[in-house]
Write a protein that binds this ligand. Sequence first.
Ligand code: ATP
Ligand code: MG
Length: 138
Amino acid sequence: MTIISENEKDTENAGARLAENLKPGDFVALYGDLGVGKTAFTRGAVSVLCKDAQVCSPTYAIVNKYDGDVTVYHFDLYRITDDDDLYSTGYYDITEEPAVFFCEWCEKCPEAIPDNAIKVYICRDGDKRRIEIADTCA
Ligand SMILES: Nc1ncnc2c1ncn2[C@@H]1O[C@H](COP(=O)(O)OP(=O)(O)OP(=O)(O)O)[C@@H](O)[C@H]1O
Ligand SMILES: [Mg+2]
């Protein structure tokens, strides 16, 4: 599915629509360059899953946790250097939990992304953004 997003709100809405079909165990892998809207997409999704949560970028924290109807973990792998580094963040334990996962910068650690992840690619398209949500066979 391809969505053309004209602004940040459109990108949040795309995330919110995806979130309506998410359940614990689902992993949303976000790909795309700096500032394309991965956090905006996640913010929209989390607004559906955890109504009162205030989403901020986990670029420095690596992972943020939100509690609501389900638990959501929001990762950002931008600053991860290698798999040992990722391991030390608790990533592999956390992703065993019955939560919904959003992960930015999956390009950084391709081997750590589950095969059945829902892949979301965001790129610039002039002033807009093109959001591709890959079909999954899971
Ligand atoms: N169509 C759009 N969708 C989303 N964001 C947009 C759009 N058009 C402009 N923007 C702007 O782009 C920025 C997106 O920021 P956001 O933090 O969501 O990106 P990101 O991909 O998470 O960045 P990073 O790689 O630093 O984590 C915001 O400043 C937002 O206002
Ligand atoms: Mg971000």
